[in-house]
Design a protein. Sequence first.
Length: 448
Amino acid sequence: MIGHREQWSSRLAFVLAAAGSAVGLGNIWRFSYVTGTNGGAAFVLIYLVAIVMIGYPLVVTEITIGRKTQRNPVGAFLSLAPGTPWWLIGAMGVSAGFVILSFYSIVAGWALAYIFKAVAGFAPDMDFAGTFMGHIGSVWPPIFWHALFMLLTLGIIVAGVIKGIQRWVRILMPALFGILLILVLRSLTLDGAGAGVAFYLSPRFDEVTAQTFLAAIGQAFFTLSLGMGAMITYGSYLSEKHTIPDNAGWVVGLDTLIAVIAGFAIFPAVFALGFDPAAGPGLAFITLPAVFAAMPGGSLFGVLFFLLLGVAALTSAISLLEVVVAWLVDEKQWSRPKASLLMGAAIFVIGIPCTLGYSLLSHVRFFGMDILDTYDFLASNLLLPLGGLLTAFFAGHVWSARELCREANRPAGNIRIGRWFGVMIKYIAPAAIALVMVTGLFQKFSGQ
Ligand code: PHE
Ligand code: NA
């Protein structure tokens, strides 16, 4: 590639940006609702196993591919295997970025709208489910917040990712962490919280199906920003002198910690306050306002929380749009502003049906899913796991596990990737993902 590529200014800058991509709506909104609809603790356990066995190895693999090639996902595969069709993995990743950001921005818009609902105040006797349904079921307000969120994302992308994110994530992570801990305290001390703790922590395996596994793998990919080249792209801005295995460990650890803590903030309250854990995408937006209403100074915490959730969503959205933009800038020689503006506009338009699925298009269903669910299913349970499977297979067999390990262990840091890593990437991860996808999808579409 010609020209100078922007680089992270330090090791901390990279970890912050990658963690900023990972930590987002996936940890709070998606993790809680998918855990709730999949029966609780058993799902959480499978999810944690997927994080360790598949998630961590793939984060290392994607970052290594990015740092090695210094290219966007399409270019990265092209440069490792010239003249072969493997670049299609990267192309699939770019498409996944489109689909995910289009619904991600709708949900981020909910968070922005809730900043103002919190300003107006949450009272204990409010109808929280009704308020949520009222918001998402209206036509124009969600489109307005979706537009605002896309504009914010665009603004940062046009200006160049690197400086924009670093500044934010440094403040965001500790603040989000602190406020989640306060929420956990309030939630755990509500009358009847014990049932929620049991739901979250004592697994009941009799309800586990192939679809539970598919949902757990989908959540692992979504939450770690895996399977679509976001980590390849961020790795491509990493300099050769920075280590990978330990930095990847920080990103995976932080992301998992925040999700697990969010569960402790949400499930005790769900049961104590009589909500339905299987309520679906509204779970966090219905439950958390009720927790704020039960706290002294709840409005202030509510405003802060939804503001932080919005910023966390922003630092993830940036990484989604960056994949698309980096591809057009590197491979098609578009200017950064042109690529950002045109793609941002396209994603905005593609997202609109998702929100109309709760109002004007509420009759539209695909296999029982509304439009937003359908986008999410297509991306999280199909495109991301398939992208991850192919990336692992490619790295292990086409590029070669030996090269991958050597590259990942360079320069020597305080963690080394060992032999087991090659086995995971070559055999276990691709086989496990394939098995779970085939059985899970079969079960879903055979209508069982
Ligand atoms: N990991 C982000 C989250 O948890 C979402 C995301 C998915 C970001 C894929 C980038 C790529 O919210
Ligand atoms: Na996440």
